[in-house]
Design a protein. Structure first.
Lengths: 325, 290, 247
């Protein structure tokens, strides 16, 4: 902001609330069993992924159907570097994974973001599917057979890692977008690109920056995920289901809001796990996901968070964001 | 040379079916301004319907295709108003809401098929299965030839409807100038609903033909959504005429890649080409897109 | 009459110089070899019938369109062909005929956004003084989408003010607004020109033009057909022809 943030009671309450949540999440593992811990770890990952997607989809206004590409880049970079040929330790693989995802985002971001709306959606979808096919036919990626990673069976480690990554993502996004010049630039770009340009904002640069940031966070979670599940293949880490979930989570939670993605991510993941435990497999999750999207579009296009924002203004804000897409 | 010619024939035969698959899609875009992500889903459902009809009732797909057409015409006609509603709702840029909506429908179809019928492929047999026509060095499976002819028949039917009937005129008016057509007395809602019905009918019928040649399983949907997008984008979204060329182009591309490079590269190349086309020529090769 | 008293001493370059600029769209010539130069603190009115190329000229000057021929200079710097954001940062701002506010942001944020690429440290200050000058402090927390048409025009004008550019292009900024709002804008223009800001205004409102413009440029079918002060223009037969001559 132009001046130091004023210590309003609202800000204090918010900060305390967030702090309380973080502390609660930090001590959670001591109260729950291993199975629930795994679910919680997954929930944190999906909240973080939804947050990442929201940067491009909600704040910049570009609906991407290709984010699974970055998740896969993260996962495969970590997996490949941890193979015996390279033998890198996990944390060492994170930097290359992030750098590679940023490189790809910068390379394709500029040209692809010249497309708008549905064209951009299809283009990103095509790109991600193309990348998945590429991974399937190459050898060093293990092809369709996939790759195995060294097993590290410490649920606490992964829980705290995901917690850290998710918290860093949300706090980072909050600082960067709700509290800084970049936030003004990205929202101006979304709301009215020609007007933003006429104010001196380098819209093309902002587009690429937001795309790269989103890609980097997504790749980070991909890397952690690979190590966590110890086995990856093209469909599981680069398949459309990853993007599908990210999109639905943010739409469900509330596009372009800070907490919407977290809400949507956690809720949907828990639904997924519940279905898995009840029906024994998650195949029925897919049609349910489809129904959820349809219902959200029909009845709650502003996302669940608009119910909490209560004021008419909150709802109007989101529906206008959707309108501006 | 023989291989080249054989591949050429294969490509053309498949191309014809891809034309049938995509013309409805283009109409839906032109009239309803909706990019239906579920196009592959309708294809898949058409295939499964043909499968069940031949398995349970012994009806040959080349006959049941007409039943499938009628059935999906009704289904699409019924669903049309809902699609139209989403597309014309209060959000100022509802095209993306409609995309998300059809995306949801697609997920529902894909997941539902996977849940109900599992991932196994079902082949759809016909009296024409396994029979060939030999033209010198070229072998033409009768099934593919018949599918090609059937696809052309349906496509021709659509063109006749579009250019020789009052309904068709209303459709074209709507596609060319949405706002004014309404003012000229065209019942936008009703025509749009019927267009959607024709689209689902054509697409499901193409699905029957595809199922007879390749077999059907839940992942067929993604493949044919891709193909429809590819043909549509190459032709220019909304351009029905351009589909004739673009459909053949994809058929040939697919055939040549499969023969000379390898079948497992075909999706990679098709997706890659679609992506590049969007970057370089989003309004289609001839710039006819809307 | 030319405002010789407002001529600046600092630079010998005109704040905005449009030199023999042309723009074609397909077969149509929107702007045809137009030249125009303004002095510091001048308020120049650009008038003419609809479709005469006025808005296109603004786009060419501010960077939304690139000229097919000719040059645009800001403070002597040749900005022809530069990307819009770069031209904007050289010191020019414009309003749009159709309001282009950031509808999902509050009025406060709309104004602050204008300072993002400029004097960020003093952004808050500038925002507040602009709010005061335009008498819209009471809607500062409203979403831009909630404002009335007139208020939106004020905010759009305010956004340009917050930027503090050397040249401001106003495209029918008072069209359809309440006389009170019109007066607020006029007063603001007068205040700002005294600080050395130059204005180019597209207007159909002749009363406003008479009140505020030092001189006028009349366009018709992409060309400049007359230049001068209000009296001269009003009696010019070319101008009459342009406005009335077409059936």
């Amino acid at each position: 902001m132009a001046s130091k943030p004023v210590l309003t009671p609202k800000l204090i309450v918010r900060t305390l609330l967030i702090g309380a949540i973080v502390i609660a999440l930090a001590v959670l593992p001591t109260f729950i069993d291993s199975y629930t811990l795994r679910i919680a770890t997954g929930a944190l990952m999906w909240a973080g992924l939804a947050c990442a997607w929201n940067i491009v989809g909600g704040y910049a206004g570009y609906i991407s159907f290709g984010h699974s590409a970055f998740f896969g880049i993260g996962a495969y970079t970590t997996a490949i570097l941890m193979q015996s040929d390279f033998g890198a330790s996990f944390f060492v693989t994170l930097l290359p994974a992030i750098i590679l995802s940023i490189a790809v985002a910068v390379a394709i971001g500029g040209p692809t973001m010249r497309l708008r709306g549905a064209y951009f959606a299809i283009a990103t979808w095509a790109f991600a599917e193309m990348l998945m096919q590429l991974v399937t036919v190459l050898d060093f990626t293990g092809g369709t057979a996939g790759l195995s990673l060294p097993a590290y069976l410490n649920e606490f480690f992964f829980y705290y890692l995901m917690l850290f990554a998710a918290t860093a993502s949300f706090v980072g996004v909050w600082l960067l977008i709700e509290r800084s010049r970049f936030g003004f630039r990205i929202k101006a770009l979304r709301d009215d690109e020609p007007a933003a340009e006429s104010l001196g904002i380098r819209t093309n640069l902002v587009k690429v920056q937001s795309f790269a940031l989103s890609a980097a966070i997504t790749a980070l979670f991909g890397s952690i995920y690979a190590y966590w599940t110890t086995y990856i293949d093209p469909y599981s880490v680069m398949g459309p289901e990853i993007t599908d979930q990210m999109v639905v989570m943010v739409l469900l939670g509330g596009l372009g809001t800070v907490w919407g993605p977290a809400l949507g991510g956690v809720l949907l993941w828990i639904t997924n796990r519940y279905i898995w435990s009840t029906f024994g497999d998650t195949v029925i999750y897919l049609p349910i996901l489809g129904v959820i999207i349809a219902l959200v579009v029909l009845f709650l296009p502003n996302g669940l968070i608009s119910l909490f924002m209560g004021r008419r203004r909150g709802r109007e804000l989101i529906s206008r964001i959707l309108g501006k897409l | 040379m023989d291989l080249f010619l054989q591949t050429l024939v294969n490509g053309i035969l498949i191309g014809g079916i891809l034309i049938c698959l995509t013309i409805g899609f283009q109409l839906t875009f032109g009239v309803l301004h909706v990019i239906d992500f579920a196009v592959g889903g309708w294809t898949m459902l058409g295939g499964y319907t043909a499968y069940w009809l031949v398995t349970l009732a012994g009806i040959d797909p080349f006959i049941s295709i007409f039943l499938v057409f009628a059935l999906f015409l009704l289904i699409g006609r019924g669903l049309g108003p809902l699609i139209y509603h989403v597309r014309t709702s209060r959000y100022a840029r509802p095209d993306l809401m409609a995309l998300a909506f059809t995306f949801g429908i697609f997920l529902f179809m894909r997941g539902g098929a996977l849940w109900l019928w599992s991932y196994n492929s079902r082949s759809v047999d016909s009296v024409l299965s396994g029979q060939f026509l030999s033209l010198g060095p070229i072998t033409i499976p009768l099934m593919r030839l018949s599918a090609f002819l059937m696809a052309l028949l349906f496509s021709l039917g659509l063109f006749i409807l579009l250019y020789r009937s009052r309904f068709g005129m209303a459709v074209r008016a709507l596609a060319q100038n949405h706002d004014h057509a309404g003012l000229m007395g065209v019942d936008v809602k009703r025509v749009s609903a019927w267009v959607y019905g024709i689209y689902t009918a054509l697409t499901a019928s193409a699905g029957v033909l595809i199922a007879t040649i390749y077999s059907v399983n839940p992942s067929v949907g993604v493949r044919y959504t891709l193909f429809a997008f590819f043909v549509a984008v190459l032709a220019g979204l909304g351009s029905v005429g351009g589909v004739l060329v673009a459909g053949l182009a994809l058929g040939l591309l697919e055939a040549y890649v499969a023969t000379y490079i390898g079948a497992r590269y075909s999706l990679l190349i098709v997706f890659g080409t679609l992506y590049l086309t969007l970057l370089v020529a989003p309004k289609g090769v001839l710039g006819r897109g809307i | 009459m030319l405002s010789a008293s407002h001529k600046a001493e600092s630079s010998e370059y005109s704040p905005l110089a449009i030199e023999s600029v042309s723009k074609h769209f397909g077969g149509i010539t929107a702007v045809d070899d137009v030249s125009l130069s303004v002095d510091v603190g001048e308020v120049v009115g650009v008038i003419g019938p609809n479709g005469s190329g006025k808005s296109t000229l603004f786009s060419l000057a501010a960077g939304g369109q690139k000229p097919d021929a000719g040059k645009i200079r800001l403070q002597g710097i040749d900005v022809t062909g530069w990307p819009t954001w770069k031209i904007a940062r050289t010191g020019i701002s414009r309003t749009f005929q159709i309001p282009s506010l950031f509808l999902n942001m509050s009025v406060r944020d709309n104004l602050l956004a204008a300072a993002v690429e400029g004097d960020w440290k003093r952004a808050r200050e500038r925002m507040e003084s602009t709010l005061e000058m335009l008498e819209i402090s009471h809607v500062v927390d409203n979403l831009a989408s909630e404002l009335s048409g007139g208020q939106q025009k004020l905010v759009e004008f305010g956004r340009v003010c917050v930027r503090d550019p050397k040249v401001i292009l106003l495209d029918e900024v008072t069209a359809g607004v309440h006389p009170n709002i019109r007066q607020i804008i006029l007063d603001a223009i007068q205040r700002l020109r005294k600080t050395g800001i130059t204005f180019l205004v597209i207007e159909h409102d002749m009363e406003m033009v008479k009140e505020i413009c030092d001189r006028l440029v009349v366009m018709d079918q992409g060309k400049v057909v007359a230049e001068g002060d209000f009296e001269t223009i009003a009696n010019d037969s070319n101008v009459q022809q342009a406005y009335l001559g077409r059936t």
